[in-house]
Design a protein around this ligand. Structure first.
Ligand code: FMN
Length: 186
């Protein structure tokens, strides 16, 4: 691989947020640098400390910084620095926001700003995932050139077996690596 690539990993408020740990490790084994952007709701499921420790990078989530010492418009600089934005797990909420151009937090603003490839790996209850509106939103993301790693059928947090289980880490990372290889000839 020539020149280390920078992956921005968006983590959202899904019960599958803990799987971001494994995704970080698996990406690092591919010799890529990973920095995490997490939504406020994701912090209900996993701590920034865990993600910062594993990624060995600062974890970003605030849109409006309180400290102006190192002033930076982060949704722009992070979006420009990223070679690829991966959102895993992606909630119905972030999918809906991106599909409709809503940019009301750091992650959705980055998704709106970046010119890098975007990979979305949804995870949610099967009722949510098969909901017509969510499916329409997924189609919109696909039509606008984003890449989706479809969830699988499996045991969901609610105890039922259905479609909405986050795709396996290896499948997500394989997709990311294929896109990096294609775009940057790695
Ligand atoms: C225990 C629990 C588990 C949840 N799991 C999911 C999930 O897997 N997928 C999803 O789309 N929403 C899930 N939600 C709902 C989201 O957390 C909620 O829609 C939230 O507003 C998402 O915010 P975010 O997209 O900004 O992270 C869950 C909520 C709770 C309380």
């Amino acid at each position: 691989m020539s020149g280390k690539k920078h992956i921005l990993l968006g983590v959202t408020g899904s019960i599958a947020a803990y799987k971001a740990c494994d995704i970080i490790r698996c990406l690092q084994r591919q010799d890529v640098d990973v920095a995490v952007v997490m939504t406020q709701e994701a912090k209900n499921f996993i701590t920034p400390l865990t993600l910062a420790s594993l990624s060995r990078n600062r974890v970003y989530s605030e849109m409006f910084l309180k400290d102006f010492a190192d002033w930076d418009i982060e949704h722009v600089s992070l979006a420009q620095r990223a070679d690829l934005l991966l959102i895993a797990p992606a909630t119905a909420n972030i999918i809906g926001k991106i599909a409709h151009g809503i940019a009301d937090d750091l992650l959705s603003c980055i998704a709106m700003t970046t010119r890098a490839p975007i990979v979305i790996a949804p995870a949610m209850n099967d009722g949510m995932y098969t909901n017509k509106i969510v499916q329409e939103n997924m189609k919109k993301l696909h039509a606008s050139g984003m890449h989706c790693v479809n969830p699988t059928k499996g045991l969901l947090a609610c105890g039922t077996v259905g479609e909405g289980h986050l795709a396996d880490t290896e499948v997500i990372v394989k997709k990311v690596c294929a896109l990096l290889k294609n775009k940057y000839n790695m």
